[in-house]
Write a new protein. Structure first.
Length: 125
């Protein structure tokens, strides 16, 4: 099942984080390039035309996070937004991080979101 069709499930502190090859198996399910940081989080920077577009995107990300009950760390620098995902309860990555990343990627398909990605990727017509 596609990550974007799944929903996050609560992780308990005794759930082991995914590591190594398991992390690598999730990355191809994402359409954009996400950086794996120390095997404990994934992150990606999104770039926009201006602050207002960046904030529209952040608000859409907040809607996803609330719906999934899994919240990314978000850093905003004028027209750049850094999204970092990790599962704090287990001190590393879980499938939830990849589910939320996949759903964030779908925002590029939402016309009113006006997402401009730094790598120039756009949905195909």
């Amino acid at each position: 099942m596609s990550l974007t069709k799944k929903h996050c499930v609560p992780c308990e502190g005794n759930t082991p984080p995914i590591t190594g090859g398991a992390i690598l198996s999730y990355l191809p399910e994402l359409t954009l390039e996400w950086d794996v940081i120390a095997g404990k989080k994934i992150q990606r920077e999104f770039q926009f035309n201006d602050f207002k577009e960046a904030m529209v995107f952040v608000n859409h990300v907040a809607d996803i996070a609330e719906a999934e009950g899994h919240h990314p760390d978000i850093t905003i620098h004028y027209n750049k937004v850094m999204i970092a995902l990790t599962t704090h309860a287990i001190g590393g990555l879980s499938e939830n991080d990849f589910i939320v990343a996949g759903k964030i990627e779908l925002l590029k398909l939402v016309p009113h979101c006006a997402v401009r990605h730094s790598d120039g990727l756009r949905p195909e017509a």
